[in-house]
Write a protein of this length. Structure first.
Length: 585
C-alpha cells in the first residue's frame, strides 16, 4: 500500500561487503530456514491450487494438452520420454494422467506422506502420497506436500540433492501448473460456491436457536440465584464463561454442517483443501454464521448506561446485545451486528500498528545484545570478550538448516528379535529370506558353519551393546535414517551373510563421530539402532546397499556440522524477533 511506503538501496562499497552480501542474500542458501528447520519457500496460491488439481486422480489429459504443458518449461527430455512414453489409458482414446506429468518434475526420490484429504477409512481417496524412484504412484499434492512444510517434498529434495535440483523443481512445477490452469483447467469462484442446501440451513438455524435458549436459561438461573460458581471464578465470570461456551458451540456446529454440505467440486472448499487460501472458519462465516465478536477477549462490554447500543434495553445480557452475529456474510449483517463486527475488527488494526513498533524495538535490542556471538574453533559459542555462552552450539553442534525430524523406532521388536534369534537360528533364516518365500530362500547360498557360528557371536556381542538403549520419541538430527534405508531398499534388495560386515560399518560411523567431535547421545543411540543386525535384516538390504548407507550417513554428518565463526547471535535474535512480530493478542 502506498501510504508512505519506501524502498532503500544499500550499496556495497568494499570487497568484504560484496562477499558478505553474496553469501547472505544468495537465494539457494535461503530455501531452508534455521529458525524452525523447515523451508520458507514453497508453492503458494495459484500454483498450489493448480498442482492440487493436476495431481488429482480424476485428471486425464489428451496428447495435445500434454504437449502444450510440456512446452511451458525446459524439462529433462530423457525423463519426459521414459515417463510419458505410454499413456495411462489407451482405449478408446489415448489419455495421460496428471500424475504422469508431475512425475516429469520429480528427481529420483522416494517419499511417503499424508495430505489434507487423508482419511484412514477411505482407502481409495487421494489422501496418502507415495512416490517411488521419482514416479508419483498415488496421492494428490497440497500445502502439506508441496508447500513450505517440514518433511515436505521441497525439504526432502533440498536435503537429498542440492539447491539446484530443488530450485528447478520449484520453477518448473510453477510453469507447468500455471500452463495447465491457464490453458486447460480454468478456475473461478462464485456466489453459488457459498450457498448451503435447505437441510443444512435448517440445521444451522436450529443450532443457533438452541444456543440462544441455553443463554436465556443461564441468565435466568443467575437472576434467581440458582447458578453455581465455576472453580476459581466469580458469579459474573461464571455466567460469561457458560454463555461463551454455548455460543461457540453454536458457531462450531453450524460451521461443521456448512462444510459437510459443500461437495468436493466446490471451488471455495478446493482452495481450503489445497491450502492455497482461506480456512474452514472462513467457509462457516460466509455460509452459516459469523459468530461472537470480541473486544479484549471478552464479549462486547456495556459502553454507556448499562447497555452496548441504544437499540437494546438496559441490563440486556442476551447474545444479540453483547455482540453475537447470527447472520452470515452471505445473508448480510443487520446494523447492530455490523457495528459490533467493526468494533472487533478495529481492535485488530490498532493492535497491529502498536505492536509493529514495540516488537521492532525488542528485536533491535536482541540483535544488539547478541550480535558479537559466534562459533569459536572449539565448537563453543562466545562473544567478543571471549565469554562462553554455550559449550556446544545448540547442545549438539549441528547447523539447524540441515536438521530433520526422526520419529520413534520399534525398540520392543528389536529386543524380541535378539532374544529369539539367540535361541533359534531359523529366525535369522526367516529375516534373510528376501521374499519371505521358502522356495526362493532354498535357492540362495546358505552361510557356512563357520559363518553361522561367527554370526551368533556377533549377535551376542551386539545385543550386550544395545540392549539398554532408550530412544526419544522425536529427535532432530542431520540424518533421516528411515528415508536412507527406504531408498536403498528400493534399489539394493538382498541380505548380508556375514554379520561382521554390519558391525564393521557401525564401528566406522562411531569412529567418524569421534573424529568430528560429536558426542550426541540421541544420535549415537539412533545409529546403534539403525545400523543393528536386526534393522539391516528387517529392511532386506544387501552389502552394496549397506556400504551406500554408511557413505551417505558420513556425508550427512559432515554437512550437518555448524560452520566455525558463524554469526549465530544475530541468527538467534532474528529467529525470536520474527515470530514476535507475527503474534496477535
Amino acid at each position: 500500500d502506498f501510504d508512505g511506503d519506501e524502498m532503500n538501496l544499500h550499496m556495497p562499497q568494499t570487497y568484504n561487503t560484496k562477499a558478505e552480501l553474496q553469501e547472505l542474500t544468495y537465494l539457494p542458501t535461503q530455501i531452508v530456514s534455521p529458525q524452525s528447520n523447515k523451508p520458507v519457500m514453497g508453492l503458494v496460491q495459484d500454483s498450489l491450487l493448480g498442482i492440487s488439481k493436476l495431481s488429482s486422480k480424476d485428471t486425464f489429459l489428451k496428447r495435445k494438452e500434454v504437449m502444450q504443458i510440456l512446452f511451458s518449461s525446459d524439462f529433462d527430455q530423457e525423463k519426459v520420454f521414459k515417463t510419458l512414453q505410454r499413456p495411462a489409458i489407451t482405449n478408446p482414446k489415448k489419455l495421460w494422467t496428471g500424475k504422469q506429468l508431475i512425475s516429469v518434475l520429480l528427481p529420483k526420490i522416494s517419499y511417503k506422506g499424508l495430505n489434507n484429504l487423508y482419511n484412514e477409512y477411505e482407502v481409495l481417496s487421494d489422501g496418502s502420497v507415495f512416490i517411488e524412484n521419482g514416479i508419483l504412484i498415488h496421492g494428490s499434492f497440497d500445502k502439506k506436500i508441496a508447500g513450505s512444510t517440514q518433511g515436505g517434498l521441497i525439504h526432502i529434495i533440498k536435503n537429498d540433492y542440492n539447491h539446484k535440483v530443488v530450485l528447478d523443481f520449484i520453477n518448473n512445477s510453477q510453469r507447468m501448473v500455471n500452463s495447465y490452469i491457464t490453458h486447460i483447467h480454468s478456475f473461478s469462484c462464485g456466489i453459488g460456491d457459498t450457498i448451503a442446501d435447505g437441510n443444512t440451513m435448517k440445521k444451522i438455524m436450529e443450532s443457533i436457536s438452541e444456543a440462544k435458549d441455553s443463554v436465556k436459561a443461564t441468565i435466568s438461573d443467575a437472576k434467581r440465584g440458582r447458578l453455581e460458581r465455576l472453580p476459581g471464578m466469580t458469579i459474573k465470570e461464571s455466567i460469561e464463561s457458560k454463555i461463551k461456551l454455548s455460543l461457540n458451540k453454536a458457531r462450531d456446529v453450524s460451521g461443521t454442517s456448512a462444510q459437510k454440505s459443500l461437495s468436493l467440486s466446490n471451488n471455495v472448499k478446493n482452495m481450503v483443501l489445497a491450502g492455497s487460501k482461506g480456512s474452514f472458519i472462513n467457509i462457516s462465516q460466509v455460509t452459516a454464521c459469523v459468530g461472537q465478536q470480541n473486544v479484549e477477549g471478552k464479549r462486547i462490554p456495556f459502553g454507556f448506561n448499562e447497555r452496548t447500543l441504544p437499540h437494546f434495553s438496559k441490563g440486556d445480557h442476551g447474545p444479540e446485545s453483547r455482540g453475537f452475529v447470527e447472520n452470515s456474510f452471505l445473508s448480510g449483517l443487520i446494523p447492530e451486528e455490523l457495528f459490533f463486527h467493526t468494533m472487533g475488527g478495529g481492535e485488530g488494526l490498532i493492535d497491529t500498528s502498536i505492536k509493529t513498533s514495540e516488537t521492532g524495538y525488542i528485536q533491535r535490542r536482541l540483535v544488539k545484545s547478541l550480535e558479537d556471538c559466534s562459533i569459536a574453533y572449539d565448537g563453543s559459542v562466545r562473544n567478543g570478550n571471549n565469554n562462553i555462552f554455550q559449550f556446544l552450539y545448540g547442545e549438539d553442534g549441528f547447523d539447524a538448516t540441515f536438521l530433520e525430524r526422526n520419529k520413534e523406532q520399534e525398540l520392543n521388536k528389536l529386543h524380541r528379535f535378539y532374544v529369539e534369534a539367540l535361541k533359534d537360528n531359523n529366525i535369522l533364516e526367516h529375516y534373510a529370506n528376501i521374499d519371505n518365500n521358502p522356495v526362493v530362500y532354498a535357492k540362495q547360498d546358505y552361510p557356512s558353519a563357520n559363518t553361522s557360528y561367527s554370526n551368533t557371536e556377533e549377535l551376542k556381542k551386539e545385543y550386550e551393546e544395545i540392549k539398554n538403549i532408550k530412544i526419544d520419541n522425536v529427535v532432530y538430527l542431520p540424518v533421516n535414517f528411515k528415508r536412507i534405508f527406504y531408498n536403498e531398499r528400493v534399489n539394493n534388495r538382498g541380505t548380508i551373510k556375514n554379520y561382521k560386515e554390519i558391525s564393521k560399518g557401525r564401528k566406522e560411523i562411531e569412529n567418524y563421530l569421534k573424529e568430528l567431535r560429536i558426542e550426541n547421545k540421541s544420535l549415537i543411540e539412533r545409529i546403534k539402532y539403525s545400523l543393528s543386525i536386526y534393522n539391516i535384516l528387517k529392511n532386506k538390504i544387501n552389502l552394496e546397499g549397506y556400504k551406500h548407507i554408511i557413505k551417505r550417513i558420513r556425508n550427512y554428518l559432515q554437512r550437518g556440522k555448524i560452520a566455525y565463526s558463524g554469526m549465530v547471535g544475530t541468527l538467534a535474535s532474528q529467529s525470536i524477533g520474527e515470530p514476535a512480530t507475527q503474534m496477535t493478542l
